[in-house]
Design a protein around this ligand. Sequence first.
Ligand code: MN
Length: 197
Amino acid sequence: MSPKESLEPYRSKRDFEKTPEPAGGEDKELQHPIYVIQKHDASHLHYDLRLEMGGVLKSWAIPKGPSLDPKVKRLAMPTDDHPIDYASFEGTIPEGQYGGGTVMVWDIGTYRNLREEKPEGHRLTMEQAYDQGKLEVWLEGKKLKGAYALVRTGFEKRGWLFFKMKEAREGAYEDIEKAEPDSALTGRSLDEIAKEG
Ligand code: MN
């Protein structure tokens, strides 16, 4: 599917005259693929994980947000592909519009596909790994840094799990979404974004 076709569900749900969200412009290829987590104060507060793949942002809604503890696996429900320029979108979607509520860029950076760094013969592109239902990425964000996995499960037939891959470090893990609640882009809180737009 071309990025243009794959963005159809995203575009069809929105009136770009009314929402400040981007419609998605020309496709651009960046050297390092984008990683972003947006905090979205919609009917239920949740986090939207997006990874640049094939000219769009592949997206998952994570109700509880990420965890730094490898033992904690968070449900990640796939959502519509979003345009690349959505990665820096911060603002308020008007009530009554799709996803109405305030959006914050909670974390932003780039990622590496760890499955492409395996020994010869075991390497997978992001698209191949996605089809297989097992992504392994090194996130280079402002808040999240390290190896994270996204694994498709049977939950509600389409749910995935998002979790930090095991590392040497043991012990207590802070609740990162509570310790660092504000925007990685502007330092603003959800309330400040809601007031300022
Ligand atoms: Mn959302």
